[in-house]
Design a protein. Structure first.
Length: 418
């Protein structure tokens, strides 16, 4: 007997159809197990993609550091002292740091409700002063125009880049903003670009509700003087952001006379740490999904194995006759395992296809951000192939014990069996 030749397929199918109720009831376990596995993995993948989309756009090796208030007395200073960065601190930090790559200062300012004006339209927005290198740390999407550059910084050009929400407030739909002027706290700036956020996460402010100026212009025109309160840092290639953060914070404490043990005095957020935390969370979610799905599938496989044992018992005479007529052990094994595999494959394929269909609507259920646009399918091709391999192995596993029991049947005992 050849494995899955025409005669054997007819025989296997006849056996399954003779026991329709039993076959359907048993196959449902496999169907439900694979269906649950696919749907749970789709949910896990969509949750993973959604969370990653929240932090996408930030360099994974970046750290954001800001000034704060001391909580310990140190070198004659009382605790509770507020401190800030000075421009003279930057060359010192850059010179002493061996692990940091980009060290970019930034300035924040919040205007009043009518602080940003164009004609009769106005709004209150955050106005930030940045260097062009900052956008290597937090990327943004260009809608129109260009980004700030080094010439803007050196020439102290009164230009600005605005977020989409700012554009929608100050300009009419479809109107070209590039080259137009807006007024910020009474000072006119020319719009050179319109940007949109790549990430919905916010550390330095919401990009869509932001007006960005050259750092030097912001510093001069809005009375910041020599001070700033925010520093963006990336680590060098091959260096952990955590190590670069510890080094830069240590240098800052030395320069600003802050106690080495005063953690809260130098605030910050480590994007690398956040990514690692998310990765561990995703690993746990995927592990849980696989365990639940495989558990449901395993219960179905056990059910098929049990029903095949009953089938072997019912067909003892048939098996005995075939053994007496010269059937080889391999013929008996192929017959039993083929039945088990075909029943598993039919039920599993139905569960797989239905699970894939349900996964198409998963994003509408588990993605809470209405602006989220999935870039990958809920179930990847590789994952579908993995599910098929699991299904094939399950079909084989379900038939192993029944085939072994059938092989142990002696021809003479089977023929005498009533």
């Amino acid at each position: 007997m050849k494995f899955f030749d025409t005669d054997s397929l007819h025989e296997i199918w006849a056996t399954i159809t003779r026991n329709k109720f039993r076959s359907v009831a048993t196959g449902f376990g496999v169907f439900w197990g694979l269906f649950m596995l696919i749907v749970l993995l789709a949910i896990g993948n969509r949750i993973t993609q959604n969370v990653i989309a929240q932090v996408d756009g930030f360099a994974t090796n970046s750290v954001f550091i800001w000034s704060g208030r001391t909580t310990e007395p140190y070198k004659g200073y009382r605790k509770g002292r507020w401190w800030s960065f000075q421009m003279s601190d930057l060359p010192k930090i850059r010179e002493r740091s061996q692990l940091a790559d980009i060290i970019s200062p930034a300035i924040q300012m919040r205007t009043g409700d009518k602080g940003v004006v164009r004609g009769v339209k106005s709004g209150g927005y955050q106005v930030n002063g940045v260097y062009p290198e900052y956008f290597k740390i937090q990327t943004v999407g260009m809608v129109a125009g260009r980004m700030l550059n080094e010439v803007d910084i050196e020439s102290r050009r009164k230009v600005c880049v605005i977020g989409e929400t700012v554009y929608e407030t100050l300009f009419n739909p479809g109107e070209n903003a590039i080259g137009e002027f807006i007024r910020i706290n009474g000072i006119y700036f020319q719009v050179i670009g319109v940007v949109e956020p790549v990430s919905s996460a916010s550390i330095f402010g919401r990009v869509e509700e932001m007006v960005m100026l050259p750092f030097t212009v912001h510093q001069t025109l809005f009375g910041r003087g020599d001070e700033f309160y925010f520093l963006a840092v990336t680590s060098k290639k091959g260096v952990k952001a955590t190590d670069a953060e510890a080094e830069v914070k240590r240098i800052i404490r030395e320069i600003k006379d802050i106690s080495p043990t005063d953690g809260p005095a130098v605030g910050g957020v480590n994007v690398e740490h956040q990514f690692n935390m998310f990765n561990m969370l995703f690993l746990g979610i995927n592990f849980l999904m696989w365990m639940v799905g495989l558990g449901a599938l395993m219960s179905g496989i056990i059910g098929i194995s049990n029903i095949m044992l009953v089938t072997v018992r019912e067909r003892m005479r048939e098996i005995g006759v075939r053994r007496a007529l010269g059937a080889k052990p391999w013929n008996i094994i192929v017959q039993i395992m083929s039945e088990s595999f075909l029943l598993t494959a039919i039920a599993g394929m139905i569960g797989l296809m239905l699970g894939l269909a349900v996964s198409l609507v998963v994003e509408k259920v588990v993605v809470f951000d209405p602006t989220f646009v999935p870039t990958d399918p809920a179930i990847s091709f590789g994952l579908a192939v993995t599910a098929m391999v699991v299904l094939i192995l399950s079909g084989v596993a379900a038939g192993l014990l029944p085939a072994w029991r059938a092989l142990k049947i002696k021809a003479i005992d089977a023929i005498r069996d009533e």
